[in-house]
Write a protein that binds this ligand. Structure first.
Ligand code: MG
Ligand code: ZN
Length: 369
C-alpha cells in the first residue's frame, strides 16, 4: 500500500540531520564529539560478572569505601535470567541467551531447543569486519566464554569446545585451560596446529604485548586459574589494558567480552571474601574499560551478570570499617534478575526490564545503527 506520509520521512530525517550537525558544531564540550561520532560503528566491550547479583555488587561497594566503578555508568536495566526449561539458569544457558539471543536448556552452549546452532554476537561482529577478543579468569573453554564461539550439547565437552576455538577466527583470547588443547583423548596438540597456521600462542603478558600477531592466544594457566587471593596473575586490569591496546592498533571496530569468572565460584563456595576479592579485580577492569571508552568516544560498555550465585543477603556491616556480613541461602545459583549497566553510544538501549536474550539483540542494534 502506498502511504503518502512515508514519502516525507526521508526529508524529515535529512532536516533533522542538518539541525543536529549545526547543533553539534555549536558545542565545545565532549557532547559534540559523541554526536558527531554517532555515525560510526561503535566498539563494544561486554563485561560479564559471573554470579554477580545486586547483593554481590552492594557488598563489594560497602566494603570498598562505599563506591564502585559502576557508578560512572549512564543507563541501568534489569535482566531476567531464567533459562528455557528452568527458573534458575546455569552459565551455559544464560551465556547462550546473552551471546546468541535465544533461551536454551541448562548446560547447552550455542544451540537452541530445536537443535539449531546459533550465531553469537561475536560472530555477527566478525561478519561486519570487527576485531574480536575474549578475556576470562576461568579457563577459556568454560561455559561463559564458550557461548561466544562454540556450539555443543554439554558445557562439559571441554575438548570439543577447545577444538571449536582452534578453528574459530577470534583475534585475541586470554584465559586458562591450556590442557584441553594439549592433553587430549584424540592425542592432537591444538596449540601446535594453531601455531602452524600462523596463530600466536603465548604464556605470559610480555610476550602477549610484544607480539604483532593479529590472531593471538594467551594461556594464563594450564588448568583453571586460581583465585586472585591465591595469587592469580596477571590481574584483569592489565589483561584488558593490553588487549585494548591491540584492538586500538587494529584500527577496526571491535567486540571484546571480558568475564570476571570467579565471582561465581566465591558464591558457590559461600565465601564472601572470595566474592569480594574477585569483584575488586573485575571492578578495576571496569574502570579501565570506562577510561578507554571516555578517551575513545565511540565505545559502548555494557556490564552485567549471567545470574546471581549463592542467594547472598547482606545482614549487617560497618561503612567506616569497610566491613560487610552476609549470608548465603544456597550453594547454587538463584533466580533474581541481574542488573545491566551501560555507558557510551547506544547505552540508552539497555534501560528497562527485559529478558537476557535482549542483551544480544540490543548489542546487534548497536552494531547495525
Ligand atoms: Mg562463567
Ligand atoms: Zn555457577
Amino acid at each position: 500500500m502506498n502511504n503518502p506520509k512515508k514519502n516525507i520521512l526521508p526529508f524529515i530525517i535529512m532536516a533533522m540531520t542538518v539541525i543536529l550537525n549545526i547543533y553539534s558544531q555549536d558545542q565545545e564540550s565532549s557532547n559534540s564529539f559523541i554526536l558527531e561520532k554517532n555515525n560510526e560503528v561503535p566498539n563494544i566491550i561486554l563485561m560479564i560478572g559471573d554470579g554477580m547479583g545486586l547483593s554481590q555488587i552492594s557488598a563489594a561497594m560497602y566494603s570498598n569505601k562505599n563506591t564502585t566503578a559502576l557508578e560512572e555508568m549512564q543507563y541501568f536495566g534489569l535482566s531476567k535470567t531464567h533459562s528455557y526449561n528452568q527458573l534458575v539458569t546455569d552459565s551455559a544457558a544464560s551465556g547462550t541467551a546473552m551471546a546468541c539471543g535465544e533461551k536454551t536448556f541448562n548446560g547447552v552452549i550455542g544451540i537452541n531447543p530445536k537443535n539449531k546452532q546459533l550465531e553469537s554476537i561475536l560472530e555477527y561482529c566478525n561478519t561486519k569486519d570487527f576485531s574480536t577478543a575474549l578475556i576470562v579468569t576461568s579457563s577459556i573453554v568454560h561455559a561463559t566464554p564458550a557461548s561466544f564461539y562454540a556450539n555443543v550439547n554439554s558445557r562439559r565437552q571441554y575438548e570439543d569446545i577447545a577444538l571449536q576455538l582452534r578453528y574459530h577466527n577470534v583475534n585475541y583470547f586470554i584465559g586458562g585451560g591450556k590442557k584441553h588443547f594439549t592433553r587430549r583423548a584424540d592425542k592432537r596438540n591444538l596449540i601446535k596446529e594453531m601455531e602452524e597456521e600462523g596463530y600466536g600462542i603465548v604464556n605470559n603478558l610480555d610476550n602477549f604485548n610484544n607480539s604483532n600477531n593479529q590472531k593471538l592466544g594467551f594461556f594464563t594457566y594450564d588448568d583453571e586459574p586460581p583465585p586472585i587471593s591465591a595469587g592469580r596473575k596477571p590481574g584483569l586490569e592489565s589483561l584488558i589494558e593490553s588487549t585494548l591496546n591491540k584492538l586500538k592498533n587494529d584500527k577496526k571496530p571491535f567486540f571484546l567480552m571480558v568475564e570476571g569468572s570467579q565471582i561465581d565460584w566465591g558464591g558457590h563456595a559461600n565465601e564472601l571474601p572470595y566474592v569480594l576479592s574477585e569483584f575488586k579485580d573485575f571492578n578495576k577492569a571496569i574502570s579501565s574499560a570506562l577510561k578507554f571508552a571516555k578517551d575513545n568516544g565511540n565505545t559502548l560498555v555494557v556490564v552485567t551478570a549471567d545470574h546471581e550465585t549463592g542467594g547472598l543477603a547482606i545482614k549487617k556491616g560497618n561503612l567506616k570499617k569497610n566491613s560487610v556480613i552476609g549470608d548465603f541461602t544456597t550453594v547454587g545459583h538463584s533466580g533474581s534478575m541481574v542488573p545491566v549497566f551501560s555507558y557510551g553510544p547506544n547505552s540508552e538501549l539497555f534501560n528497562g526490564i527485559y529478558d537476557n536474550t535482549a542483551i544480544f539483540s540490543k548489542l546487534k542494534t548497536a552494531v547495525d545503527n
